[in-house]
Design a protein around this ligand. Structure first.
Ligand code: C2E
Ligand code: CA
Ligand code: CA
Length: 759
């Protein structure tokens, strides 16, 4: 991840945490979290403060609220008699009662001399100023303590003030007075709710009034707080972790807190500041361990540190800080995960090589040459291999390619595609030929020799997009394979042609129906008898505007766009009818039809051929299907099965363009073929080229030893024909014997041939 995006994460997280702290959005969670810590730290109160609770039982026994002041006078007398230290009333006496009653109360307080009465003074948000003070006669004989309570945002009480300003006088709060602590007005201190409120010594008011024996022992020397202990009397607050609690108990808990010491409330900002620092270290540290250490410190900071701090009465909020650290950690982890995912998405899982996606993301200069190698039979080979061996296969391919790539990074695509960048000097024809030669020796996988059929596609520098250029090299490699070439350079002029090709395709079906497309027949000569025994059907398109369209061109386009079916059916049907018409005249003619590799892969071909043969009543052995060597090699099991079915029908199978692929003996045996058709590149100068002669001779020997016949194509000279006869070739095809011609021409030729042999 880039540093700028790290800083972005940090700032964003800080923003969220800051707003959370400022608005107190984290307080409910903060409460729950603190409650959990409180549970661990729970401890009893000092026991020096006793609550005299006016609870439901007291109300039942003494009478409903408010009690007459004489009752309170009685209480004071009883408490005085029990020897309490100080008497606090957390009850408001802000309105005069019956005069006699008030006097009794005044007298009792005078006698006791240690009574504190609650007062309250605040600026209410609604309704302006509100104040509740004891009436003057009562105030005169008592001391005043403030019982101002402030709610937090969640309507709960977390803090109490040390003192409040009442009528311009700083009046110590009930809590502070209980603890004998002085503090400035309106300064809040946090209440330590770890003090167990249940264990506050409590006596109900009715009991005090009844004065049972032993009461004095429980009260002597204690401060007592007379307070409501019933929900009915109001004065109820929400205390985190305790639920509804009467205000008196909260004040007492505040007193207990202050007895433990002066608590410090740091709020949320300091923790957030430290959190920011640690998160920054975590994100930006150069060394990994430093970042981890910072994270560990942050983790301690929100767990152990608050526990220890609270034991020392230091309180602070951790949620904003925890939120900050949490956001940073999660988004950092997420960013890292996404990045690693991206990296994984750019790497071939098996070989660890970068894939084409990675190449597309690369900054390749426009004058760089792109080279693609396509191992055409990769899928077939690898599908039969365990992953270990597939890796070994890839390694062997890559180590050969590396010689041609000269140290350039090799990117691996799916299904045996490898691409690298190069420059004009080292991606020339000679280099590619040499690289191609390296693949002539089979790869050794699991002790087995595996033939690799490789073609190369080249895209010389151009300003087109990289993705476009990569695609172009792959197309070129495919075209090289289709045309029986070892490599091919992508021709940008063809790009303009693409449109034309498409419009051609659109017209293909109509062209078949209208007769623009027709079948030419090229005769085949039987070398032993010197007679024309067969013909290869070659499709032709006489386009009204474009003239003769090369079959190379539209056959390839039709194959690529899945439009080859109808075309093949047309040629097959024409060839079979032709052979049948000759058979009807007692002339035996074998017809050969070219079949695209694609058609072998899908079902339907066998039934189509069988149907056409049946319709024309032609013997299956009159028909030969030509499959190119490279197509046969790269074909999968389905294709092999198709060929086997064709063979079992008695139809001949010929391996076309033999020698341009890289079949070895092993492969040759696997393909169910009856015939080998040696490619014209080996035949054309057979009479002058020794290595061609070696190739042709060994092929003939091999084929014959396996019971296959041999056809030579591209015979253009008498010398070559003589040579072929000498080598024991079975049949010959080429311009010398006859160019591809219309059916009429073939008929004439055959009839002449027939006559001459009859003569
Ligand atoms: P192919 O199967 O190798 O066909 C032989 C090609 O060599 C034909 O080219 C033929 O005209 C040419 N040829 C014949 N004798 C000579 C010779 O002495 N010298 C030279 N230089 N060339 C000779 P064509 O007709 O242009 O066909 C090209 C390719 O188009 C064929 O190669 C075949 O792969 C494909 N093709 C033609 N018709 C069909 C078809 O009906 N179906 C399919 N799938 N492919 C076809
Ligand atoms: Ca052929
Ligand atoms: Ca051929």
């Amino acid at each position: 991840m880039r540093p700028t995006s790290r800083v972005k994460i940090l700032l964003w997280a800080f923003g969220v945490a800051f707003v959370t702290g400022l608005l107190g959005l984290g307080l409910p969670i903060e409460d729950y979290y603190r409650m959990a810590r409180n549970a661990m730290r729970a401890h009893p109160p000092s026991g020096d403060i006793v609550v005299i609770g006016i609870d439901d039982r007291s109300l039942e026994q003494v009478g409903s609220w408010p009690w007459p002041r004489t009752r309170h006078a009685e209480l004071v007398d009883r408490l005085k008699a029990a020897g309490v230290k100080r008497i606090f009333f957390d009850i408001f006496f802000n309105s005069p009662a019956h005069r006699g009653e008030d006097r009794a109360f005044v007298d009792a307080m005078k006698r006791a001399g240690n009574v504190y009465l609650a007062g309250y003074s605040a600026t209410a948000r609604v309704g302006g100023f509100s104040e509740k003070l004891p009436i003057p006669p009562l105030r005169a004989v008592s001391r005043l303590v403030s019982v101002n309570v402030r709610y937090s945002g969640t309507m709960s009480v977390r803090t109490l003030p040390y003192a409040s300003n009442i009528r311009g006088v700083t009046t110590s709060s009930l809590a502070a007075t209980l603890a004998n602590v002085a503090g400035p007005a309106d300064i809040q201190f946090p209440i330590d709710y770890a003090i167990d409120i249940e264990r506050l010594p409590t006596v109900n008011a009715a009991e005090v009034l009844a004065g049972p024996p032993g009461l004095a022992e429980r009260l002597r020397g204690k401060d007592v707080v007379i307070a409501a202990a019933s929900q009915e009397m109001g004065d109820v607050y929400y205390v985190p972790g305790q639920g509804q609690v009467n205000g008196g108990f909260i004040n007492v808990l505040g007193g207990e807190t202050l007895k433990e010491g002066r608590p410090i409330d740091l709020g949320w900002l300091p923790a957030l500041g430290i959190g920011l620092l640690l998160a920054a270290i975590n994100l930006l540290a150069r060394r990994r361990w430093v970042g981890r250490l910072a994270l560990a410190a942050a983790a301690l900071g929100v767990t152990i540190v608050p526990c220890i701090a609270e034991m020392n009465l230091i309180f602070f909020q951790v949620i904003p800080a925890a939120l900050l650290v949490g956001i940073v950690v999660v988004s950092h982890a997420w960013a890292k995960f996404r990045q690693s995912y991206k990296v994984r998405g750019n790497i071939n899982a098996l070989s660890g090589l970068p894939n084409l996606n990675a190449l597309r993301g690369e900054n390749v200069p426009s004058d760089a040459v792109l080279v693609a190698a396509r191992v055409r039979n990769f899928a077939e080979i690898s599908s039969a291999l365990p992953p270990e061996s597939e890796r070994a296969l890839i390694n062997q391919i890559v180590s050969r390619l590396a010689l041609g790539a000269r140290g350039a990074r090799i990117y691996q695509g799916d299904e045996g595609i490898f691409v690298w960048t190069s420059n004009a000097e080292i991606a020339g024809a000679d280099q590619l030929e040499a690289l191609h030669a390296l693949f002539r020796s089979p790869a050794l996988i699991d002790g087995r020799a595996v033939d690799l059929a490789v073609t190369f596609g080249v895209d010389a520098g151009s300003n087109r997009s990289l993705a476009n250029r990569i695609a172009a090299t792959l197309v070129a490699a495919d075209e090289a394979a289709a045309e029986g070439l070892r490599w091919k350079a992508y021709d940008p002029a063809k790009l303009a042609d693409a449109e034309w090709k498409l419009s051609l395709l659109g017209r293909l079906d109509a062209a078949i129906d209208s007769g623009e497309i027709w079948v030419a027949y090229q005769p085949q000569l039987d070398l032993a008898s010197g007679r024309i025994v067969g013909a290869e059907a070659l499709v032709r398109w006489s386009h009204p505007e474009k003239g003769e369209v090369s079959p190379q061109e539209f056959v390839l386009a039709a194959e690529q766009h899945h439009r080859i079916d109808k075309l093949t059916e047309f040629v097959l049907s024409d060839a079979i009818k032709t052979a049948a018409s000759f058979a009807a005249r007692n002339v035996e003619l074998d017809v050969a039809v070219n079949i695209s590799a694609r058609l072998l892969e899908k079902p339907g071909l066998v039934s189509l051929v069988r149907r056409l043969l049946a319709e024309a009543r032609l013997a299956p052995e009159r028909l030969t299907l030509e499959v190119t060597e490279s197509a046969a090699m790269t074909s999968g099991r389905a294709s092999i099965r198709t060929l086997e079915e064709i063979g079992s029908l008695g139809i001949n199978v010929s391996i076309d363009d033999y020698g341009t692929g890289f079949s070895t003996l092993e492969y040759f045996k696997r393909i169910p073929a009856t015939e080998v058709k040696i490619d014209r590149s080996f035949i054309a100068s057979l009479d002058r080229n020794a290595s061609d002669r070696v190739m042709v001779r060994s092929t003939i020997e091999l084929a014959h030893s396996l019971g296959r016949s041999v056809v030579a194509e591209g015979v253009e000279s008498r010398e070559v024909l003589t040579e072929l006869t000498k080598l024991g070739c079975d049949r010959a095809q080429g311009y010398l014997i006859g160019r591809p011609m219309k059916l009429m021409g073939l008929t004439k030729l055959l009839l002449e041939d027939h006559k001459s042999s009859a003569a």
